[in-house]
Ligand binder design. Structure first.
Ligand SMILES: [Fe+2]
Ligand SMILES: [Fe+2]
Length: 261
């Protein structure tokens, strides 16, 4: 049996139109550059997990553009919302890619949770999401599972971003830790690569497909790193390897002097 693979892309930050620019970068161009890099690395057929901030402005046009682009490039996709998204608009306009709680990947599965809340960039898991986690995990006991959500549950060493971490992460941790088949947690929002441990669970964040935040900075800052993504090679025996890659030939430079995004 061939090992299933998963490609994690996050924080696309599409704008209102195809020529929108975020801190010097056109988010459509950078997303296409990431997809090209994925093709070049031989992962073009693999499922893409898009973990929130698909739009940077919660506008229907972002989702319409993304839907068309993914359809044209013949992609398999799973997605979940971030703080810059609006779930109802995503469901309506990502019409070729219906939201799914559980994504099947060979004998593995990904469970998607919504950690976003209206009116704040910070993360929280509603009672409904926690119940969802309980319910779906009880049906996934027979296979290795990855959990995905937009916000990070632990600090990553950047205090302005750490203020956004999920405020009731322990409620979810107490559910997850009862399931030995949970192999790791994948999140977005922090626009940078980070690998750490959430208690006993391996945790991975991934560079944005658009702009990156400066690592280890206590105040907002943009780094000069190019758009990126993360790959997972999921062994049928329940082990996995993962790594981050960048669209190295991308020729748009982020404006590192931007004071917001
Ligand atoms: Fe973001
Ligand atoms: Fe975010």
């Amino acid at each position: 049996m061939v090992n299933p693979k998963l490609i994690h892309i996050t924080d696309l930050h599409f704008g209102v139109s195809a020529d929108s620019v975020l801190a010097g970068i056109n988010p459509l161009d950078s997303f296409n550059a990431v997809l090209d890099a994925i093709d070049e690395n031989g992962f073009g057929e693999e499922l893409l997990l898009l973990s929130g901030d698909l739009s940077g402005v919660a506008h229907r046009n972002s989702y319409k553009m993304l839907n068309g682009l993914l359809k044209n490039r013949n992609k398999q996709v799973a997605w979940l919302p971030g703080n810059h998204d609006r779930f109802s608009l995503m469901e309506k306009y990502l019409d070729n890619f219906p939201f799914q709680r559980v994504t099947d990947l060979g004998n593995w599965a990904v469970l998607s949770l919504d950690s976003s809340q209206l009116g704040t960039p910070a993360g929280h898991l509603s009672g409904e999401e926690l119940l969802c986690a309980e319910r779906f995990l009880s049906n996934l006991r027979d296979r290795p599972v990855l959990i995905s959500m937009h916000h990070c549950p632990i600090p990553i060493g950047s205090s302005w971003l750490d203020e956004h971490k999920i405020d009731n992460a322990e409620d979810l941790y107490n559910i997850l830790i009862r399931h030995e088949n949970i192999k790791g947690v994948i999140t977005g929002h922090v626009h940078q690569n980070f690998e750490g441990l959430w208690g006993k669970l391996p945790l991975y964040t991934t560079p944005s497909s658009c702009i990156q935040f400066k690592q280890g900075s206590d105040i907002f800052g943009i780094s000069s790193e190019p758009p990126g993504y993360r790959w997972f090679d999921l062994n049928v025996n329940g082990n996995f390897t993962t790594g981050v890659a960048f669209a190295s030939g991308f020729n748009q430079l982020p404006n590192v002097n931007s004071s917001s995004y």
